[in-house]
Design a protein around this ligand. Structure first.
Ligand SMILES: Nc1ncnc2[nH]cnc12
Ligand SMILES: [Zn+2]
Length: 317
């Protein structure tokens, strides 16, 4: 079944480039940039990948991202991810990057963007993988800091398809960023947002009504609100669901409790994605495979999930 799932043509619509930083590359970049790490080796670092919630993961994710300093580092990170896409027949990807994770450490916005954008261009030319980059704001930081990040992005607007919203969800509702998203839309960007990962259904309503998002990232807690479910089904608003992430971050206690297939059968446009594959134990195919082993996903369901991912692209072929 793994090989069959791997061969399905698919798009990945929820992937943080910083979350695809494998421990081996992390150590290699630390050595290249002469950065001392608090872990003695790759195995010790991997052992630290045990999380009780989103925040515990984010603390390690931001720490890991500190090894990314030069455009070449961002190129290497992005290229390594694109090679995984090639292996898993991901024909299109719409990755996120978090500029503030880097600009706040003194790495200039253009350094980050140049490395990522040139790898994505080579990915299309050499691997045939199309893409659309999404600039994501860190929601634990202020509205003003997000506005500054948008200012930095405007000279490079053709490099992005959309803006997004990620990081610590609880206590940072979408409404905090309504004015930033208003401006981003006025400047021609599409919008997406993480909502309903740990946060309540109200955050999904806000993301739809105030941020006017095209897709909901995660959104698994929509299941608790029947009126919201009906809207998502009626309007066919895609959800970028990340099953391994949800179990690793204890959104569900076990994969057998995940609601993705129930949502699929109810007519929700759900898709399968890897979120932060280096930290959560696998790329897109591993996520599909977990649905097969723990939820009994059929081939027909897998085909519908893969087709949903192609249909939900912001960049149309
Ligand atoms: N799953 C996730 N939720 C929120 N912010 C993130 N940043 C990276 N991965 C994330
Ligand atoms: Zn995410």
């Amino acid at each position: 079944m793994y090989d069959w799932l791997n061969a399905l043509p698919k798009a990945e619509l929820h992937l943080h480039l910083e979350g695809s930083l494998e421990p081996e590359l992390l150590f290699a970049l630390a050595e290249r940039n002469k950065i001392a790490l608090p872990w003695s080796d790759v195995e010790t670092l991997r052992k630290a990948y045990a999380f009780n919630n989103l925040q515990e993961f984010l603390d390690l994710y931001y720490q890991g991202a500190d090894v990314l300093r030069t455009s070449q580092d961002f190129y290497d990170l992005t290229w390594a991810y694109l090679l995984r896409c090639k292996e898993q027949n991901v024909i299109h990807t719409e990755p996120f990057f978090d500029p503030q994770t880097h600009t706040d450490r003194g790495v200039p916005f253009e350094v980050v963007l140049n490395g990522i954008a040139s790898a994505l261009k080579d990915g299309e030319q050499q691997l045939g993988i199309t893409s659309g980059l999404i600039l994501s704001f860190l929601r634990h930081l202020s509205e003003e800091e997000a506005q500054k990040t948008l200012d930095q992005a405007l000279p490079f607007r053709e490099a992005f398809v959309a803006v997004g919203l990620d990081s610590s969800e609880m206590g940072h509702p979408p409404s905090k960023f309504q004015r930033v998203f208003d401006r981003a839309r006025a400047e021609g960007f599409l919008t997406v947002a993480h909502a309903g990962e740990e946060g309540p259904p109200e955050y999904i309503w806000e993301a739809l009504d105030l941020l006017k998002i095209q897709r909901i990232d995660h959104g698994v807690r929509a299941f608790e609100d029947e009126r919201l479910m009906q809207r998502i089904i009626d309007e066919q608003i895609p959800l970028t669901v990340c099953p391994l992430s949800n179990t690793k971050l204890c959104v569900f206690d076990h994969m057998s409790q995940h609601n993705i297939l129930e949502m699929l059968e109810r007519g929700v446009k759900v898709t399968v994605n890897s979120d932060d594959p280096a930290y959560f134990g696998g790329y897109v195919t591993e996520n599909f495979h977990a649905l097969y082993t723990d939820l009994g996903m059929t081939r027909e369901q897998a085909q519908r999930l893969a087709q949903n991912s192609l249909d939900a692209r912001l960049v149309k072929p």
